[in-house]
Design a protein around this ligand. Sequence first.
Ligand code: ZN
Length: 161
Amino acid sequence: MEPKRFNEIIVNRFKECEEVLISKEEEYSSGTDRLHNFKVAAAALQTTPEEALLGMWIKHIVSIIDLMKNPDSATPSLIKEKFGDNINYSLLAEATLLERIENKKQEVETETVAFDVVALDCDVCKRRYEYSAIDIYQAFLKKETICCKNCETSLKYTVTL
Ligand SMILES: [Zn+2]
């Protein structure tokens, strides 16, 4: 194959995949989660979004196996459809795995906050004590106050979210 024709195939393929994924995004613009369908399928099948995605993806892989084993049955439109779907599922699979890693990082950050302590000064007795950041945050959410460990005066603090 001439390099020119090969390059054309690659460029067209990626352009088409991008168009399909972006038009799908517009289709589901009411939701904010691009991986929503895999999560719903995973819940219904009591499995992970990764396995739910794999279950849908494998159908396209089987079609590709059929095409490669029977190359004379391949037509340009079949090739376009099957290989395009395969790349799209590959990209969605990548996003699913990356999201899992990124969610884990957030959990670790939240756990770190739980062990953080904040020193607060009491305006009345002028004593300084340490309070757990998670206690302060929970009090903030419940609109409760954190009291001085010495005189039980309500302490002033700010919470940065
Ligand atoms: Zn005090």
